[in-house]
Design a protein around this ligand. Structure first.
Ligand SMILES: [Fe+2]
Length: 281
């Protein structure tokens, strides 16, 4: 159990527009949905109607992409105000975003850009994360990013940076085991070391997803089923954290709802008997 007693919501999938009609019509037996915050911050009409229907029947958590927690522009107070209102409206169990920056001097790149892992960046990001938690009146949950380049200036590993950030900012972690796999391939580190280094009692959610291996590098496309090696990382992490809400992301070439859900439910096997299936920890 995590230190905030945030609940294990079970096995969920990301709420995607192409599945709206299916969800409203069939009311599938899904444990929970993750809602992309930005899709609902400045909208009304059908999207908000669907969201209200979903939150009536399912638990949800919010997941965002534009907080820019590591950025140097001032925090966007208006964005955070809207985010808090959305969290209240949806009774979101928690609000997450990524360890990244998304732009500078008012320009938004709409990309999750990698951070320099330095003491200075750590102090800066921890202070901002604390501020955000205060504004949102709940612990901010940060996800480990996938990345393709690194800063030569970095003096800390990503896992040490993330572990210290979580402690210093008193925030939760969304552990994306696919991102760990992708970055370990791209940068040549051992994903097991990464998984084992994170403070287990701060992990409140998992992400799983598929990716595209280009041979020389992996692109985090969320366009496929997850690799066995990624499921193995999930099982390893699970043995450290115990029951934690799990979510499958599928964002490109999205197949029918049942296919995504079926892939997500593979987590059940790893959750119920991970050690038996994959040997001793
Ligand atoms: Fe993710």
């Amino acid at each position: 159990m995590n230190r905030w007693n945030l609940p294990d919501l079970g096995i969920g999938i990301g709420l995607r527009t192409v599945h709206f009609a299916h969800i409203l019509e069939h009311r599938p037996q899904v444990d929970w949905f993750e809602v992309l915050s930005e899709n609902f911050l400045d909208t009304g009409g059908r999207p908000l109607y669907v969201l209200d229907q979903v939150v009536e029947r399912y638990p949800v958590a919010l997941h965002g992409v534009s907080m820019s927690i590591g950025g140097t522009d001032p925090l966007d107070r208006e964005y955070l105000r809207k985010l808090k209102a959305l969290a209240t409206r949806t009774r979101a169990h928690w609000v997450s975003d990524h360890l990244c920056w998304t732009g500078v001097m008012g320009r938004n790149t709409h990309d999750l850009l990698p951070m320099p892992y330095t003491e200075e960046a750590l102090r800066h990001t921890a202070a901002r994360a604390r501020q955000v938690s205060e504004i949102l009146e709940r612990p901010l949950v940060l996800e480990n990013p996938s990345s393709y380049v690194e800063f030569a200036d970095s003096t800390l590993t990503e896992w040490d940076f993330l572990a210290r950030l979580a402690e210093e900012a008193d925030c939760g972690l969304l552990l994306d085991v696919n991102n760990v796999y992708v970055s370990s391939f791209n940068h040549g580190f051992d994903p097991h070391v990464y998984i084992d280094a994170l403070p287990a009692d701060r992990v409140v959610q998992y992400h799983l997803a598929g990716h595209t291996n280009k041979g020389t590098h992996i692109i985090d496309t969320h366009s496929d089923r997850a690799l066995e090696a990624v499921w193995d990382l999930y099982a390893r992490a699970w043995r450290r954290t115990g029951a934690v809400a799990t979510l499958f992301e599928w964002d490109e070439d999205i197949p029918p709802f049942e296919v995504v859900h079926e892939e997500a439910l593979k987590a059940r096997v790893r959750r119920d008997a991970p050690a038996a299936v994959h040997g001793a920890a």
